[in-house]
Design a protein around this ligand. Structure first.
Ligand SMILES: Cc1ncc(COP(=O)(O)O)c(C=O)c1O
Length: 494
């Protein structure tokens, strides 16, 4: 009697020739589409508007009753590829959004195909050991001592969350003899305050809200002319808060602000944090990568004094999204958020020396993203990473120089890392400056010539280049600046 049961063999990668053939077909299709796409890329983006994209995907059948042939699926993939921003294009320079390294792309295939889950050792035996080794290497790289530890995260948002979560719980435990994990927030929590610069990442504010402290817990402080916090300003504020019977629990230093790449004075802030008995978290999501560069590492001086550090690999370490890490100076403090589940990480595992990384994470099921960083380091070597970082900083410096020399443009910052903020300076219609700068950006995107960002300084609109791509050259930038100037002049005359 013929079986009515479908054979699922060809849907999963396994040890049969049919399964392997199906896998090869899928991978070969996608690979040839990708090669074709990258080989023929001429523009940073197709220029399609949200309405046009909605129309393109209007007729897509999301759940066909029968599976489709790859040839047909390929047509849909092409539509997606053709309307994606080309992150490796030399003028796709809007955000902290990097072109991913080739070894990391290969790693992604291994990560997905083996599908290890980092929560418990029995779901990721080798991966658990390798992630821990990379964490130990990172702690050492940032100058932490042997008692430090950390965990891979989905990125800066999660790492900042973990830093402030531990800061809050540590304060409650040590100053108020209160376990937030057991008892929830203490009454005094309404007076908790977290100091940071007014240009720290919005996730600091978001975290305060998520931690039940409210956005009001954030005390945003003015920055100096280089967009950095001043330790003197922070200390004045600490005194003021104390005089008002408010309870400062943490300082957040940003090592690489999103718009300007500016780096707060970490060592002085660490001294202050120590003096006032509060936590210092360094948001090094962007600038943490400077630790690899002999030329620029000194900009992070004092980072080893921080209680916790956020560092992202999907920014200046050129990893595909997502990949980040949270590092903690004293590993014992992970106990503040430790939870046990019988099925996953029972205490008996610990007694038997079985490492379950879930105990250090706010995620349960978690990808083996550490493999991407591992294969990239293996394939490129540390020296090349440092050279890429150095070369993009040099490019940013030359870009700033070009802008400073051009009368039609106004430079907002001398780059500490590789972000350059500036604006077109209208000759006659000064009051239309914001509108003209916004229009310049949108025109570049719509024409597919460049994807650049826009930001605000003192409520005025500025343009931003985030020069992460080591293949962007100064002549790409010079051409783009000439185009920006010409667009500005045309808009002004219209
Ligand atoms: C300084 C800084 N911190 C944190 C984040 C958030 O990181 P993620 O997007 O990886 O969660 C960003 C994002 O750009 C950032 O620039």
């Amino acid at each position: 009697m013929p079986s009515t049961i479908t054979n699922f063999e060809t849907y999963f990668l396994g040890n049969s020739s049919k399964s392997i053939a199906a896998y090869q077909k899928a991978i070969a299709t996608v690979q040839s589409l990708l090669i074709d796409f990258f080989d023929n890329q001429k523009q940073a983006y197709s220029g399609k508007t949200p309405e046009q994209l909605t129309a393109i995907f209007e007729a897509i059948d999301l759940d066909p009753i029968e599976g489709q042939k790859w040839e047909r699926i390929a047509a849909e993939i092409k539509k997606i590829l053709n309307n994606s921003v080309v992150v490796s294009h030399p003028t796709c320079i809007a955000h902290l959004h990097c072109p991913p390294l080739i070894p990391a792309l290969a790693a992604e295939m291994v990560i997905s195909a083996t599908n290890q889950s980092m929560d418990s050792w029995d779901q990721s035996p080798a991966a658990t050991i390798l992630e821990q080794k990379l964490i130990n290497w990172l702690c050492d790289l940032f100058g932490y001592q042997i008692q430090a530890d950390g965990v891979f995260t989905s990125g800066g948002t999660q790492s900042n969350f973990m830093g402030l979560l531990l800061a809050r719980d540590y304060y409650c435990q040590t100053q108020l003899n209160w376990s937030v994990q057991q008892q929830g927030l203490p009454q005094q929590a309404r007076n908790f305050r977290i100091l940071c610069s007014q240009i720290s990442h919005f996730t600091v504010r978001q975290t305060a809200a998520l931690l039940g402290l409210g956005e009001k817990a954030i005390v945003p402080l003015e920055t100096d002319e280089n967009y950095c916090l001043s330790a003197a300003v922070v200390e004045d504020k600490l005194r003021e808060l104390k005089a008002q019977n408010l309870l400062p629990i943490a300082i957040v230093a940003t090592a690489g602000t999103t718009d300007f790449g500016s780096i707060d004075p970490i060592a002085s802030l660490a001294n202050l944090a120590k003096k006032y008995g509060i936590w210092l978290h360094v948001d090094g999501a962007y600038g943490g990568a400077l630790i690899l560069s002999d030329r620029h590492r000194n900009k992070l001086a004092g980072i080893e004094l921080a209680d916790s550090i956020a560092v992202d690999f999907h920014k200046l370490f050129y990893q595909p999204i997502s990949c980040g890490a949270f590092l903690l100076k004293d590993r014992n403090l992970f106990r503040l958020i430790e939870l046990r589940a019988d099925y996953l990480n029972p205490e008996t595992n610990e007694l038997e020396g079985i490492p379950d990384l879930v105990t250090k994470s706010v995620q349960t099921t978690r990808r083996f993203d550490a493999l991407k960083l591992f294969l990239s380091l293996q394939s490129l070597g540390r020296k090349t990473f440092a050279e890429m970082i150095d070369s993009t900083i040099e490019l940013a410096e030359k870009t700033a120089q070009l802008i400073a020399e051009e009368k039609a443009l106004e430079l907002a910052n001398f780059p500490t890392i590789n972000a350059v903020v500036f604006r077109y300076r209208p000759q006659y219609s000064v009051n239309k400056s914001d509108k003209i700068n916004s229009q310049i950006r949108m025109l570049l995107i719509k024409r597919g010539q460049a994807v650049i960002a826009q930001t605000q300084i003192c409520d005025r609109t500025y343009l931003k280049f985030t020069l992460l791509n080591p293949n962007t050259t100064i002549s790409h930038i010079a051409n783009l600046l000439a185009e920006i100037k010409s667009l500005g002049q045309t808009l002004e005359n219209n």
